[in-house]
Design a protein around this ligand. Sequence first.
Ligand code: FAD
Length: 325
Amino acid sequence: MGKKVLVFADRRDGVVRQVTYESIAAARLIVGDGKVIVAVLGTDGKKEVESLAHYGADHILLLEDGQLDTYITDAYFLAWQYVIDQVKPDVILTGHTTIGKDVAPRIAAHFDFGLISDCTSINMVGEEITYTRPIYAGKAFVKKTFVSGTQFSTIRPNNIPTLDLDTSRSATTEEISVEIKKDRLRTIVTQVVKKATSGIDLSEARIVVSGGRGVKSTEGFQPLQELADVLGAAVGASRGACDAGYCDYALQIGQTGKVVTPDLYIACGISGAIQHVAGMSSSKVIVAINKDPDAPIFQIADYGIVGDLFEVVPLLTKELKKVIQ
Ligand code: FAD
């Protein structure tokens, strides 16, 4: 039987993020002969319609409202609530991103929906939808199902492959408006101050070069940045490096930092504490560079290099430059 699957698009700076396409792919797996409906919040959503359709959306709801251009919890809560009331979906999917993590529990509590968060895969087993998510800091996975009611799930970025681009697909669109009264907003964003970054989003990066306390200083991150530049990678860090003041906490990967699932994770001068591993153990290939042969990171690494990162990393960069550039 067909289902109504509602996907809330996740946008950053007006651009739909990769995890939205991954959520649409998950939606197509379970929709049967129903509809995949994608809600796009904020101005200029029309420019996303074609691409969303090509990757599997059937119907697109556009909430063109400037108040939704910057993330504000109360505004998004009101908008999501309105969309859910209109659509009455069987299943709701969204990214396990800063926005998804904040709004989803509020919405679930408001509607009394069950919520399975941080899913790494979704499958149909007979008529039943099974949601897989990590537990114990990524050491094990559980498969869950909903017993009743609307099924609500957040999707961990970089885990579910997007569908192949199909330019023959099209979607219907509908513009809807929700009244977001100023007095319903307990907080507003007055200014967004952006930090200078490499431009590659850590959570969605295909390659991550990460540094730990072994990097020893802010300058010590420079060789890692150079390697990242050659690979088109994002730079990440352990909490050890952040706590030592070598880099910004925005780079922290782990249990209390970002969760990443790149194709390649290069850990430099990181011991491999369980709290760090929780944020990167699902990486497809892990390379560890550490001068201590007994460092725990080698237990989860696919490739290990025992050596001084200040020798190994520049050598890697030099050799990779020959083949990549
Ligand atoms: P260290 O453990 O000090 O390791 C440094 C490594 O660098 C060593 O293995 C050393 O051999 C190697 N090294 C030194 N010099 C060189 C060199 N020149 N070349 C090569 N290798 C070298 N940590 C996180 O990362 N993310 C989290 O989200 C997180 N959350 C936490 C939450 C809680 C509640 C707690 C209690 C801890 C958390 N931690 C987290 C901290 C975690 O337990 C570790 O302390 C931290 O990950 C250690 O960082 P590190 O590996 O960089 O440093």
